[in-house]
Ligand binder design. Structure first.
Ligand SMILES: Cc1cc2nc3c(=O)[nH]c(=O)nc-3n(C[C@H](O)[C@H](O)[C@H](O)COP(=O)(O)OP(=O)(O)OC[C@H]3O[C@@H](n4cnc5c(N)ncnc54)[C@H](O)[C@@H]3O)c2cc1C
Length: 639
């Protein structure tokens, strides 16, 4: 029997979650105040969970490394959030959202989790509207929808190009209400550096106060990790600079399994890299493909400005190759198609970009209508590139954007470590090998508002935690704190000749070259060797300025890069072991004659979850077989 028990309840797909909720154990309202819950992360997943648990009566401590909980990376989300409301009456349903998500993820996600996600999606919109989130509306007042990739219905709710910001303000307001009531406390500028296990259960964390350098201990009855994705292992990505793998990685090293780390998402529409010293890439939201048309010149190396390339000389390659979905194919498909055109010599702007053109949309709808939908994105594009997208097509190229892998969790969102729950982008749960646009916000909020509040209570009740109180004097805290201090001292003592950033950049180039949009066995083996060499040099030659007892951003970065240097190797190992192409994981050895991903359902219809065995010891790869009882596995087609 697999060590990985998904704990998916029995019964028909559409009844599983309701039945499960009916069977979960409850904590009586008056008893909830006896429990302390630690929530690490205040993005959409963490903010929603912290606010909901505090509202229910638990005492919540919420941690984030930013100076304010409302600066979590979720604030960057632009395009929208999916929900099966069927407001445009175009045939949407819970089933269709479920089906699109399972298919979009190339059949590498758990059916029951994905169905639940689709089921609670409608509640999320109601919850956010009640909080005052200003979603775009039609003239008659109904909430407006637009289309995102991988769907033939319009189910994406949005607030211009700032959906994440508005949703986060909603969650943050709900959390601040609980802070005012004394039920929640926010610990900002605190970085979680390790997990404390007591008697086989997650009971606390060790943090570093990033302002004073003080190492702190926090105890609780459950720990919720809502710490976001690991896209910055590639150095250049659309993620905020602070996004990191540290919290999940340190939990992995304490025994939590890491699932599908090779499932990374490369987003097709980003502003291309412009120089060696760039540290951040900028997303141009997928929503732009509702009106923007993607094309390259039909002739290779055609250097004419776009305005001088007539229609008959343009190749709208997505519309040509995928007539049913056109420019709205999912991200993995659009990214690979852009790479294929550029590699074949048809790219524009030094060969590493394709056009995203709004000319026809502006002619048909007028500039004002386009500005109303995407004004802030056009403004951002112009500020960065100094080109006016109302007049000339945007130049775009794929970039690292999102990570589908994460800590393995069961149906309750509990990791392989009891009492450690993982929510939002930090877990692996719902998107399989490729996430559909506008589904990350949906998942983070589903986990935080509608799943964890039930399942965490069950954990407290089943394990009788009321009678197992501990505090930070427990000896388990001594040992973990010592580990944390030892690691910081070691980083500060090396005093080598290279900056932290230079190692991060070198790692990023290796990851992009060998584990990026296309991967092969030789390259992945080389990547594993290179990463281990970079890591060795890092621990001999990194220079971390300053001390541990002060605000020290070099030290913060060093800790995160050290973790990326271990994690990157696991990502490459996972990619090497998965001998198939699926979603964002494209193994060159496994493709169809038309260069589409070729899955191997017989041997790889499973989740790979890695178990740590010790530094410099190969981790063990476990499998959770995926059973598809409600959908048929087919070759994904968007033609
Ligand atoms: C530019 C951009 C645009 C996007 N647009 C969309 C969109 O339109 N629709 C959509 O569905 N998705 C979108 N996404 C994806 C989506 O924004 C994210 O997947 C989602 O917001 C992640 O939410 P989260 O709560 O899981 O994590 P985050 O919002 O990343 O929050 C992580 C939290 O964890 C804290 N944290 C992390 N590590 C530590 C640590 N060690 N100690 C203490 N605290 C820690 C951080 O301080 C933060 O509070 C976009 C992503 C990007 C990059």
């Amino acid at each position: 029997m697999s060590v990985l028990q998904s704990n998916v309840p029995d019964g028909p797909l559409s009844e599983k979650w309701t039945r499960h909720k009916n069977n979960l154990k409850l904590i009586a309202p008056n008893n909830k105040r006896k429990y302390n819950i630690i929530v690490v992360g205040t993005g959409l997943a963490g903010g929603a969970a912290a606010a909901s648990l505090a509202e229910m009566g638990y005492n919540v401590k919420a941690f984030c490394y930013q100076d304010s909980a409302r600066r979590a990376h979720s604030i960057a989300a632009q395009g929208g959030i999916n929900a099966a409301k069927n407001y445009p009456n175009d045939g949407d349903s819970v089933w269709r959202l479920f089906y699109d998500t399972i298919k979009g993820g190339d059949y590498r996600a758990r059916e029951a989790n994905v169905y639940r996600l689709a089921e609670v999606s409608a509640n999320i919109i109601d919850q956010c509207v009640a909080q005052g989130v200003p979603f775009a509306r039609e003239y008659g007042g109904l909430l407006a929808n637009r289309t995102f990739g991988g769907a033939q219905v319009s189910r994406t709710f949005y607030a211009r190009g700032q959906t994440g910001q508005q949703l986060l303000l909603g969650a943050y307001s709900a959390l601040m209400r609980q802070v005012a009531k004394g039920k929640a406390q926010i610990y900002s500028r605190q970085e979680m550096l390790d997990l404390v296990m007591v008697d086989g259960m997650a009971r606390g964390i060790i943090t570093r106060n990033m302002v004073t350098g003080e190492i702190e201990r926090h105890a609780g009855d459950a720990v919720l990790l809502c710490t976001g994705g690991y896209g910055n292992v590639y150095y250049l990505s659309t993620n905020a600079m602070g996004c990191n793998v540290t919290a999940t990685w340190r939990c992995y090293k304490r025994g939590a399994y890491y699932a599908n780390p090779c499932f990374t998402q490369i987003h097709p529409t980003c502003i291309p890299v412009s120089g060696d010293y760039q540290s951040k890439l900028t997303l141009m939201s997928e929503s732009l493909r509702n009106d923007g048309r993607v094309w390259v010149p039909k002739k290779a190396d055609d250097n004419r400005p776009p305005s001088q390339i007539p229609e008959e000389d343009r190749d709208y390659y997505l519309e040509r190759r995928y007539p049913a979905f056109g420019n709205m194919v999912p991200r993995d498909v659009a990214s690979r198609a852009a790479k294929e055109r550029c590699d074949a010599g048809y790219g524009v702007g030094e060969g590493k970009a394709v056009y995203l053109d709004f000319k026809r949309a502006i002619e048909e709808q007028g500039e004002k209508a386009i500005e109303a939908k995407y004004g802030n994105l056009f403004h951002m594009y112009k500020k960065i590139t100094n080109e006016n997208p109302y007049e000339t097509p945007m130049k775009i190229y794929p970039a690292v954007h999102y990570t589908m892998g994460g800590l393995w969790v069961d149906y309750n969102l509990e990791s392989t470590l009891k009492g450690l729950f993982v929510l939002g982008e930090a877990n692996f749960s719902d998107h399989g090998a490729n996430r559909l646009g506008a589904s990350a916000l949906m998942q983070g909020l589903a986990d935080g508002y509608f799943v964890a509040p039930y399942t965490v209570g069950n954990h407290l009740a089943v394990n009788d935690l009321e009678r197992k109180k501990i505090d930070t004097k427990n000896p388990a805290f001594d040992a973990v704190e010592q580990d944390v201090r030892g690691r910081i001292d070691k980083l500060l003592s090396i005093k080598g000749r290279r900056s932290v950033d230079s190692f991060h950049r070198e790692l990023g180039v290796t990851m992009w070259d060998y584990c990026g949009m296309a991967r092969n066995a030789d390259g992945l083996r080389q990547a594993i060797d290179r990463i281990s060499n970079i890591r060795r040099e890092f621990w001999e030659n990194v220079h971390v300025t300053g001390t541990g007892q002060e605000l020290n951003q070099e030290l913060e970065k060093a800790g995160r890069v050290a973790d990326f240097l271990e994690f990157g190797e696991l990502l490459a190992r996972d990619a090497l072991a998965r001998e198939e192409s699926c979603g964002g994981h494209f193994r060159e050895e496994h493709q169809t004659a038309e260069n589409e991903a070729r899955r191997d359902d017989e041997n790889f219809a499973h989740v790979a979850a890695w178990e740590y065995q010790g530094d410099d010891v190969e981790p063990v790869r476990h499998k959770e077989e995926l059973n598809f009882e409600n959908v048929q596995l087919t070759q994904r087609s968007y033609k």
